[in-house]
Design a protein around this ligand. Structure first.
Ligand SMILES: [Zn+2]
Length: 218
């Protein structure tokens, strides 16, 4: 097979082999096999000043930015290390993994960028190959990071609250419109603004209708 070499956007990943394989969902994907650079270094447990050894390993796969319509998966073993003196175990962080998702950081940034451009979740699913729940979660966490903050209440419990806007909006618009002329369903859109983009549109089915269009006020 002929190969091309591309610069890596994954610091700490050593690519040893790339194959064209099939994904669990039956699609074709580039599978970038390799290992973590950290697994080549000795792990010292600072508390005991003892060298740690691999206790167990788990096959890990993270989705990376696709090449056109061919998915891309980074595959490696993630080790758990154990201290032989006290039995303490540690699993080192993966420097290129997006927190809370089984995707790489470049993939997370790619999905964020598409959402910021105002693309719908299904369009982002199609372009990235991510499933809808992952995209929904990325969208939610991104919006939370932009518009909410964590505060402690009187009992010390932490909760997320909406940030105060720098500037109050003059108008808040919400309207319902018919999405498909042939169907009898009426669906409404809800606008939510990203800082660098146009209005973002979310579409809800008829059962969530609020009559907002009739009650639009300045
Ligand atoms: Zn120890």
């Amino acid at each position: 097979m002929e190969y091309i070499k591309l610069p890596s956007q994954l610091p700490g990943f050593i690519n040893t082999e790339t194959i064209l394989g099939s994904t669990r969902t039956g699609g074709i994907a580039y599978i970038l096999r390799g290992e973590l650079a950290s697994s080549k270094e000795p792990h010292i447990y600072s508390h005991c000043q003892t060298r740690m050894y691999i206790n167990q390993s788990r096959d890990t796969e993270l989705k990376d930015i696709p090449h056109g319509n061919t998915m891309c998966v980074v595959a490696f073993k993630r080790h758990q290390y154990i201290c032989p003196s006290c039995g303490h175990t540690e699993v080192p962080e993966i420097p290129f993994k997006a927190k809370g998702h089984r995707v790489t950081l470049p993939m997370l940034n790619f999905a964020h960028g598409l959402l910021e451009m105002g693309l719908t979740n299904s369009e982002v699913c199609y372009l990235t190959g991510l499933n809808k729940n992952t995209v929904k979660d990325i969208d939610l966490k991104h919006l939370q990071a932009l518009f909410t903050t964590v505060e402690s209440d009187e009992s010390g419990d932490e909760k997320r609250v909406l940030m105060k806007p720098e500037k109050q909006a003059k108008f808040l618009g919400i309207d319902e419109f018919k999405l498909h002329a042939r169907s009898h369903s009426r669906q409404f859109s809800f606008g939510c603004r990203y800082p660098r983009s146009r209005m973002r549109r979310c579409v809800y089915p008829r059962k969530y209708r609020t009559g907002a269009g009739n009650n639009l006020r300045r």
